[in-house]
Design a binder for this molecule. Structure first.
Ligand SMILES: [Zn+2]
Length: 129
């Protein structure tokens, strides 16, 4: 216990203009990416659910032999619905992740509260209490 190290953050991010540490993270592209990704994912999910719907329809008609003639359309509908839901969820996630990368690599993702300066940083902003 004879090597005291200062318990201070090694990389405290501060504003390059006024050196304030009062910074906030901006997530412009992340938000846009999430919305666009969800929309594209839903559309793609429903489109690719054609295959799922066909499988569902086949399965449904198989079950339909027992359950009646309604089995096939219900199976197809469930397939398209599931495809759209899963596509939207994964698309939104992928869009948000892509947006996150754009935010960090391309856009100014950190904003200084003190002087309003925006700049780009790879490091996450540690918000002080
Ligand atoms: Zn500043």
């Amino acid at each position: 216990m004879s090597s005291p190290q200062t318990p201070h953050a090694p990389h405290e991010l501060h504003c390059p203009r006024c050196h304030s540490t009062h910074l906030v993270q901006r997530a412009t592209a992340r938000k846009v990416g999430g919305v666009l990704g969800a929309a594209a994912g839903t559309a793609g999910g429903i489109a690719s659910a054609g295959a799922g719907a066909a499988t569902g329809a086949r399965l449904g008609s198989l079950v339909g032999l027992i359950a009646g003639p309604l089995g096939a359309p219900i199976g197809g509908l469930a397939g398209a619905l599931l495809g759209g839901l899963i596509g939207g969820a994964t698309g939104g996630l992928a869009g948000a992740q892509l947006g996150d990368v754009i935010d960090r690599k391309v856009l100014d993702n950190v904003e200084c509260v003190a002087c309003g300066h925006t700049f780009q940083s790879d490091e996450p902003v540690s918000e002080s209490p």
